[in-house]
Design a binder for this molecule. Sequence first.
Ligand SMILES: Cc1ncc(COP(=O)(O)O)c(C=O)c1O
Length: 402
Amino acid sequence: MKFPTKLETLAIHGGTPARAKLLPYGRQSLSDADIEAVVEVLKSDWLTTGPKIAEFEERFAAWVGARHAISFSSGTAALHGAAFAAGLAPGDEAITTPLTFCATANCILYQGATPVFADVSPDTLNLDPGEVAGKISPRTKAIIAVDYAGHPVPLDELAELAKAHGALLIEDACHALGAEYRGKRVGGIADMTVFSFHPVKHLTTGEGGMVATNDPRRAETMRRFRNHGISSEARERQEAGQWFYEMVLLGFNYRLPDFACALGIQQLKKLEANLARRREIAALYTAAFHEIPGVIPPAVRSEASPAWHLYPILLDVEKLTTDRAQIFAALRAENIGVNVHYIPVHLHPYYRDHFGFRGGEFPVAESAYARLITLPMFPAMSAQDVDDVIAAAAKVFSTYSR
Ligand SMILES: Cc1ncc(COP(=O)(O)O)c(C=O)c1O
């Protein structure tokens, strides 16, 4: 990849865009075999909670290295299930990161408990264990840590903190299916690990989610929770020729349909190849962006192998003549589908109104937010797509560098 030696006119200033068509930041990869597997279930007797659910859960659990996996209708529902199984209730607190999708903190509110935010580390933008330690109180029942962009959190330190205070560690690994921490895949390490199967994620079922755990009691609680709190499933009863069931806890309908599970089973087969492609793209980006002034590529700690759901760069503002808004607009004009992950949760109007946040409470997360740009990252990106992103970034950043 050659970087421009003289400044090209940016598309935002009337020049030719780096590519003709917008490249999205994320996109699903579906094959004909995936589609056929779904159609097969649509022609069968069980559209929901049939045989595919157990097959998907067993294969998924084996893949991540956990004893149990419980499927849900979304990652958000899975987070709710984990918060319920952790016993979160009014009067309890759960510590989480502000730099995440709002669903991570919302699951604490669904249970009537109080979210307590702690700031992130400046390199990985993951929860900083030192900040978490400062937020622990006798009411802390859980730490909900997010593997931001797919980089695993410091699981050992956080697990130790949780254990020392009688709290549970819930890992929101919605970005991190396939990420490794000290050579082990996330899923079997924290008390509960939550995944999302939204189309931009590593594996999709349309909408969907999963909680992986090694604890059989919590697994059973979550199976009931996702099915109205009922003690048996309709298919089990039909096959046993029985009608009787009881509701034993207050649950929801958070079931994942069988045809979605069929898609999940298919997608699981390609997960390793897709992860390898994400890692390849990340390596190409990082090598190129180290050479482009004004760009700070994402950090990777030595104990981690990220799953690269996102590739977020930080702007090195001192080397730039403009701000994130202008760089963002310039990259979009080049037809690069950039995005921003995330507005810190405490700055959303709901959290400001209900908890009195005003900004300034979490300086590391807030400073990162002002400088973050997410670049396209998905396994189906071609070599040309990757080159286009790098060329557009080189063009835009060299125009705005000091
Ligand atoms: C960190 C994180 N947690 C939770 C979720 C919620 O997952 P879902 O969209 O499957 O409900 C997302 C979704 O993007 C996410 O990024």
